[in-house]
Design a protein around this ligand. Structure first.
Ligand code: SAM
Length: 132
């Protein structure tokens, strides 16, 4: 999901071999379209709004996509529903929640980093921060 430049998709194509298949999706498929593999398919797809088959994939992977979505709950619901029973869902994101600015950077820099990485209105991260 949100395959971008296709590096993970290409790696997966090599892993699944000629009897397997890889489907990569993105809003912008121009880089995925350039990946020429016999076991590879590309789908222009908006993970927030477009339907996705449920219980259809052995592995569903996304990296650095959810953090870009202002409304990520429907996307997450689709990703959770997409693996076959017993399949895998792998979500990779940067960890901005446990990031701690260096106090020796000065109050202004600390406030700037905290404001960018975990502002009060940023949803899930802002709710988790007090727990850490
Ligand atoms: C930071 S790039 C990560 C690309 C790739 N996953 C990687 O790790 O190399 C974010 C990708 O998410 C895609 N994207 C953003 N919003 C999307 C959406 N609503 N549905 C599908 N893809 C989306 C962008 O087009 C972009 O390719």
């Amino acid at each position: 999901m949100g395959g971008g430049g296709g590096s993970v998709a290409a790696w997966l194509c090599d892993r699944v071999g000629p009897t397997g298949g890889v489907l990569a999706t993105d809003l912008d498929t121009r880089f995925l379209d350039a990946l020429d593999r016999p076991n590879f398919q590309v789908l222009r797809h908006d993970i927030v709004h477009d339907p996705l088959p449920a219980e259809a994939f052995d592995l569903v992977h996304t990296r650095l996509v959810l953090g870009h979505l202002p409304n990520r709950a429907p996307a997450l619901d689709r990703m959770i529903a997409a693996p076959k029973p017993g399949g895998w869902l792998v979500l990779e994101e940067m960890d901005f929640v446990s990031l701690a600015p260096d106090p020796s950077s000065g109050a202004e820099a600390v406030a700037l980093i905290e404001g960018v990485c975990c502002p009060p209105s940023s949803g899930d991260g802002a709710q988790l921060r007090p727990l850490l």
